[in-house]
Design a protein around this ligand. Sequence first.
Ligand code: EPU
Length: 421
Amino acid sequence: MARYEIKGGTPLSGTVTISGAKNAAVAILPASLLVAGPCRIENVPDISDVRILLSILEGMGADIQRPEENVVIIDCSKVTDTRPNPELVKKMRASYYLMGALLGRCGRAHVALPGGCNFASRPIDQHIKGFEALGADVEETDDYVELEPGPHGLQGNRICLDIVSVGATINIIIAAVLLPGQTIIENAAKEPHIVDLANFLNTMGANVSGAGTDTVKIRGVESLKGGTYAIIPDQIEAGTYLAAAAATGGNVLVRNVIPKHMDCITSKLAEMGAEISNYDDALRIRAAGRLRHTTVKTHPYPGFPTDMQAQICVCMSLASGVSRLTESVYETRFFGYCSELESMGADIQINGKTAIVTGTDRLYGATVSAHDLRAGAALVIAGLAAEGTTWVKNIHYVERGYERLIGKLTALGAAIRRVED
Ligand code: EPU
């Protein structure tokens, strides 16, 4: 067990470089199962979710090389195993993309139900609906999902998602790429990592169009060939550093971002009084003086991301006045961190889907526990802004999604270290 020790109160200052997007990497790596030949994937974040996924793929027979930092060369040509290691599959959420990838590649799959951050009930009925529409017979138990071709075989189809789901959109795209005919996904999610996955697949020879809109079309191709692809920067990691700079009254240049992906986050921080400057692939945030209260409602992209809910809540906790924070994707997400923030002096009243956050002029160091990845990131931000020392426990959640967090924060002047218990 390890924890972070944070001595708070120093405004962050300097430059931070954002890593490749976690939620793109965890889709693109399983999608490489569809490719006949080596894929060189660049800007792969070195985080525990990626390491687990690479172990799963290696265990299935993939040849994986890491010739340099943040580069993975993966060749799945020899993979025949359709039953990925259930113990590893259960350690993370995005392992559910192995279902779509194996269905598309082998026509069958036996995959344990995924684990990962458990901040809400996270059903996969829309993924299953998609696989069935593509012609799969699906058997779902409490432990695993088994997929095989139904009586009419696998082929493209039109699927209208009942709710906007990132995971279902990605899983159906992956499953459909090599199937005969055309697949059309209506009410698709539009997150940047969906576009990134489509760009990866198209680079390898797929025919996916409309990614980034609510209608994605996939025309099946016979095969994909190897190639080189670089993953986009992580929108949420960038947002987390922006929020940390805002909460500490800092001045930080955030490099390697796609500013357009950040609009929904930077516009809220600007409303709160932070000064934001946009460059081609960087953003500067200057937060002098106290932040002001604001209203935020989370939405699928291009709305304010649920994955930034906890981090903006820390900024609201330190702002003047009363802020309202409404969650519309995962209703129970507040419970992962609000009581921990309250133990540091925050004033948060949860009323159904909305948290009423009354700002205080300071938070105080405390011992707190991360209950999921983004909750953990928020507690780190709170610790950086707080007076005194904060210990954040359960940091394995944070290490799922933030590459070199300690190194990056230390370079910005933070007093944070990882302590092994
Ligand atoms: N939903 C269903 N049925 C489904 C799928 C989703 O009811 O079959 C519901 C969910 O319960 C939720 C909503 O639909 O209320 C949206 O869920 P979505 O499927 O979009 O989420 P996800 O694909 O499981 C991804 C990210 C999450 C992020 C959400 C929302 C990955 C690996 N995970 O999850 O990221 O919160 O989209 O943007 O891409 C994180 O990075 O910390 C994280 C949790």
